[in-house]
Design a protein around this ligand. Structure first.
Ligand SMILES: [Zn+2]
Length: 176
């Protein structure tokens, strides 16, 4: 049984704190306890598996700090403290800054596209402003203001999408 399978068995997401692992185990152990499920061999087998998975996880997480999410790194496969990237996958401290693909942060493609659009719009705005100031041209000034406004709107949308990306995940974690 791999540690990823252990997490699945305890009905946990890809990463969880040791506290969350304990809570999940207690809940399942109560449901499956042989005293409660007398004469149910399936439940007995499940109880043994869940207990084994719990012991494996707690052993593997021994060196981890309290309150830190632990899990299996998506890139290198090491089990330990992990951070969740914006793509929702857990990575260890080493891989979070050097994920497969070479980006600094594991961003979903659409966020990268939106960031690029924002940067281009703001750059165009600045360029038009500089040219407009040099030529003392009103048309350039108006164009610069438009590009600048579009850039800010694009920036706001990008920020909101990143917040939305993180928020439901945190809520899901808290409700567990
Ligand atoms: Zn890693």
């Amino acid at each position: 049984m791999t540690l990823v399978e252990c997490m699945r068995l305890l009905e946990l997401p890809d990463s969880a704190t040791v506290e969350e692992i304990k809570r999940a185990y207690r809940r399942l152990a109560q449901q499956l306890h042989p005293d409660k499920k007398k004469g149910d061999p399936q439940a007995q087998l499940q109880f043994i598996e869940v207990s084994k998975a719990y012991r494996m996880l707690v052993n593997a997480a021994r060196a981890c700090r309290q309150g830190k999410p632990v899990g299996t790194c998506r890139d290198c496969g090491d089990f330990g403290e992990v951070s969740i990237g914006l793509d929702g996958h857990p990575r260890c401290g080493r891989c979070i800054f050097h994920p497969a693909g070479g980006h600094l942060l594991p961003l979903p493609v659409f966020v990268v596209v939106k960031c690029t659009i924002t940067i281009v719009l703001l750059a165009v705005g600045v360029y038009l402003l500089v040219v407009g100031t040099a030529n003392d041209s009103k048309a350039y000034g108006i164009a610069a203001a438009c590009a600048g406004m579009l850039g800010l709107v694009s920036l706001a949308i990008t920020c909101l999408s990143i917040v939305q990306c993180i928020h439901p995940r945190d809520r899901a974690r808290q409700s567990k």
